[in-house]
Design a protein around this ligand. Sequence first.
Ligand code: NDP
Length: 332
Amino acid sequence: MTKAREIRLKSRPVGMPKAENFEVAEVTLKDPGPGEVLVRNSWMSVDPYMRGRMYDRPSYVPPFQLGEVLQGGAVGTVVKSNDERFKEGDLVESMLGWREAFVASGAPLTKLPSTAVPPQAYLGVLGMPGMTAYGGFNRYGQPKEGETVFVSGAAGAVGSIVCQVAKLRGCTVVASAGSDEKLAWLKSLGVDAGVNYKKGDLLENVRAAAPKGIDIYFDNVGGDHLEVALEVARPFARFVECGMISIYNETEPKPGPRNMSYIVGKRINMKGFIVIDLIDMREQFISEMSGWVKDGKIKWEETVENGIANAPKAFLNLFTGANTGKMLVKLD
Ligand code: NDP
C-alpha cells in the first residue's frame, strides 16, 4: 500500500485564482493490477492552460471536476510494473501529475530515454512547451531569414524557446516581458531588442524596437500586445496565436483589439492552434531540438517550487510573472 498526496480543485476560481481554490489530499494507492504500473512522480509541470480547465465550459479538453485531482504533465519513475513495456526504474512521462504517485494502465505513459538531459527537460524544452514553440513558430510563422519576429511572454517556457528558434532561423527578434531582469536574460540568449511592457507606452516601445515593422507575431499574451502587433505588422505578416494569458482571469469577455481592420488591409494571416495539432511534427521536433540542446544552441531556465503542497502557489505565480522559463514543482 502506497500513500501519496494530490492536489484537488476545491472551488472554481472567479477572476484571479487563490490558494483556497485548491486542496491537498492524501490517498492510499492499491497495488498495480494486470497491465498497470505504479509510478512515483519526481517533477510536475505547471501550465497556464490549466486555468481554462478550471472553468465549467466546453473546450478542447474537458473541465476539471470539483473535488477531483488536477491533471498535468509529470515525469516520474516506475516503482512496480505489470506491463511488460516498463520495468522498475524506468523514467516515464505522463499527464498524471499533480499527484506524488499513481497506479494506472501503462498505455498512456511515454518511456523517456536515459540521456545527459535532466528529466524535467521533458516537461519544458523537450516537452509540450518546446513542441508548442518549435511547431507553432515553424508551421504557422513560416519564418524566413532576415524577417523580424515579435514575441510576447518572451521569458516564459514557450516564449524563450520561440525567441531562440527564431534566431536560429536567421530572424531579428523583439521580445516583450515583464521585467528588466527577464529581458537581460533574453538578450544573453541572442534576442536583438527587449521591451518591458510594464514600463512606458507599449506601442511606442515596440515601434522603436522594430522600426521597419514585424513579419511574425508569436502571441502568448493577447490584449494590448495583440493590438500593438496589429499596429506594427507589415503587409502579409503571420500571427501565431498560441495563448492570451492577459485575459485568462477576466470575469467578463474583453473587447478585442480596436484595430482589427488591419487584418484585411495588411492581409495578415492569423492562426490559432493547440499543440496537439502539431503531432505530425513530433519526430522532427525531438530530433532537431535535441540536437540544438546537445550543441548548446538552445538554452533554458527553470523556476522551481519544492513539494506538492506548493503547486497551487506555483500556479498562481504564473499570473504575476514570478517565473523565468519553465515553472516546475519538484516532488519529495
Ligand atoms: P509562461 O512560462 O510564459 O508563464 C506565464 C508568463 O506569462 C508569466 O511568467 C508572465 O511573464 C506572463 N504574464 C502573466 N500575466 C500576464 C499579463 N497579464 N500580461 C502579459 N504577460 C503576462 O507560460 P507558458 O510558456 O507555459 O505559456 C505561454 C503561453 O502559451 C500561455 O498563454 C499559454 O496558455 C500558451 N500555451 C499554449 C499552448 C497551445 O497549445 N496553444 C501550449 C502551451 C502554452 P511576464 O513577467 O512577462 O509578465
